[in-house]
Design a protein around this ligand. Structure first.
Ligand code: GLC
Length: 566
């Protein structure tokens, strides 16, 4: 049986009031103010245009489809959407291979559709963030076509061309992240070019000032069009060692059968930070935000991307989202780490490259409760969250069952060890009608059978659904001062099962209690001087009192409890 959020009689009305307050904000959304810090209190939502909403029923999502769903996003509590790339592209890597940075791919619409979406977003106070793929272009981009046409082409030095070490021998041992050597032989001009990703994604040469200028101008072009910032793709890989030293080889082979290596000379080179600082200046002039695709392993690396507030405002911290086990101590540790970074935390549980959190954290029995638990965690922390479309309805991965169905080239190459990323990119589930109401055509990827129960229409009608939980939680986040600006104060730091903390602002204190176990647990919170009871704001508990005694809280398995402390 599904759990209730709270004793409905008592708390749902409260949550509902909260929701009403936030909706009335929505209606009178002010024109975007030139506030450089707007992103700190915004909720971001990553949206995969190909899979979100299909307005012309060709089986592929499009910009008009997105525009038609802006009210849905507003009601959910979204303030900014990050669109994965929708520029013209041969779609080898589904848009991450761009052939024109200043247009829209006809599959998704036109620049006029973009402008209309942007305008409708503005009306609702929803900003647009574009994905900026700056490490590489498509091999069909005119710059690369010119670059490979002859050795003395003025564009030759826009990409990374090198002679082989010897006949049929690439310049060094670097591997592509997507399998095989990172060097592609070009018979016409008799040299190799470098590609960290697919061969159809040649790396730009960021040591060439002309490249830097052209790419900076792209950002200015979109700022003028009204975008509020960029998600910078693959920033780790912008620069390579000019001496082309071999990477140290590590034991074992990777999923493509290539030798493992340490990315010492092809990732996270210091010059990346110079580019980020310069991009940040342009962003600041435009009151824009820079989000980084930054896969960091430790605090030191994360701090470098904040760069003393001179680089990325929002380096994506995947370390919390990829803890990959429900563990109070592991999450506590990770939160403390980011809190100590000196930067504004950015939390992400899902994206278009990783298996959905519903599967990674779900135990097969309590998946919906766990989905709420994870939301109860990362949406109540200090910092900015980035949601991924569909997580708010508990969408699950739908991996291809047969190799011939795979669309993502990594899945074709890595099958069956790596089935690719199709599973986390399936169409948004709007209703229980055919193809989850995404299209009346043939969807480019199939929806999982769970769309019958996990869809927007069904969950909107169910007060205990994951979607309703997200809505209430985001409304609370937007309206409660402790959530807006309060500091994070960990409590009961040696509890192995229950994660609890306060969010505390000058005038308000909220307690968040999360039972990270499949058994009922109790928590005893002694808040010296700060209060002994909490007024319930939102909970998944079946029997939640209006007032909870903090020194003796009884928690259902995987329960979320949020209360205002007196
Ligand atoms: C980033 C994107 C991923 C893409 C890759 C190459 O990691 O998130 O989807 O394949 O860059 O652009």
């Amino acid at each position: 049986m599904r759990k209730r959020f709270v004793s409905q009689m008592l708390v749902l009305p409260i949550a509902f009031v909260v929701l009403l307050i936030s909706c009335s904000f929505a209606q009178s959304a002010p024109k975007q103010s030139p506030d450089n810090d707007w992103w700190k209190h915004a909720v971001f939502y990553e949206l995969y245009p190909r899979s979100f909403a299909d307005s012309n029923n060709d089986g592929i999502g499009d910009l008009r489809g997105i525009t038609s769903k802006l009210d849905y996003l507003k009601q959910l509590g979204v303030d900014a959407i990050w669109l994965t790339p929708c520029y013209p592209s041969p779609q080898v890597d589904f848009g991450y291979d761009i052939s024109d940075y200043e247009n829209i791919d006809p599959t998704y619409g036109t620049l006029q559709d973009f402008d209309a979406m942007e305008k409708e977003g503005q009306k609702r106070g929803i900003r647009i963030i574009m994905d900026f793929v700056l490490n590489h272009t498509s091999d069909q981009h005119p710059w690369f076509i010119a670059s490979r046409s002859f050795r003395t082409s003025p564009y030759r030095n826009w990409y990374v061309w090198r002679d082989g070490k010897g006949p049929h021998e690439p310049p060094n041992n670097w591997n592509s992240l997507f399998g095989g050597p990172a060097w592609q032989w070009d018979a016409k001009t008799g040299q190799y070019y470098y590609h960290f990703f697919y061969p159809q994604q040649p790396d730009l040469n960021w040591r060439n000032p002309a490249v830097e200028k052209a790419m900076f101008d792209v950002t200015r072009w979109w700022y003028k069009r009204g975008v509020a910032g960029f998600r910078l793709d693959a920033v780790d890989t912008l620069f390579e060692d000019p001496q082309l030293h071999d990477n140290p080889v590590l034991p074992g082979k990777n999923q493509y059968g290539d030798p493992n290596e340490e990315n010492k000379y092809d990732q996270k080179l210091p010059q990346v930070h110079e580019v980020l600082r310069a991009l940040r200046k342009v962003a600041d002039e435009n009151h824009a935000v820079l989000i980084g695709e930054t896969y960091t392993d430790n605090l030191q690396q994360l701090k470098q991307y904040y760069g003393d507030n001179q680089e990325l405002q929002m380096p994506m911290d995947m370390m919390l989202g990829l803890v990959n086990k429900i563990s109070a101590p592991a999450f506590r540790h990770q939160i403390a780490l980011v809190e100590s970074s000196g930067g504004w935390p950015v939390y992400v549980m899902n994206n278009h490259d990783i298996v959905r959190s519903y599967n990674r954290y779900g135990d097969g029995k309590h998946n919906d409760a766990i989905a709420k638990l994870m939301a109860g965690l990362y949406l109540t922390l200090r910092g900015t969250p980035i949601l991924y479309y569909g997580e708010e309805i508990g969408m699950e991965n739908n991996d291809p069952k047969r190799k011939e169905d795979v669309k993502d080239p990594i899945g074709k190459l890595g099958w069956p060890t790596n089935k690719g990323r199709d599973g986390e990119r399936t169409p948004m589930q709007w209703s229980d009608s055919a193809n989850a109401g995404f299209t009346t055509g043939t969807p480019w990827l199939p929806v999982p059978p769970s769309y019958k129960t996990h869809n927007v229409a069904a969950e909107s009608a169910d007060p205990n659904s994951i979607l309703e939980f997200y809505r209430h939680l985001l409304a609370l986040r937007h309206s409660n001062q402790a959530f807006i600006e309060g500091k994070y104060v960990p409590l009961n730091e040696d509890d192995p099962n229950v994660l609890c903390y306060l969010r505390q602002s000058a005038g308000q204190t909220v307690v968040v209690v999360l039972n990270m176990s499949s058994s009922a647990r109790s928590a005893h919170l002694n808040l010296a001087g700060s209060g002994k009871t909490a007024t319930t704001l939102l909970t998944t508990m079946q029997q939640a009192p209006k007032q909870a005694a903090l020194n003796d809280m009884q928690l259902d398995p995987f329960a979320v409890y949020i209360g205002s402390v007196q």
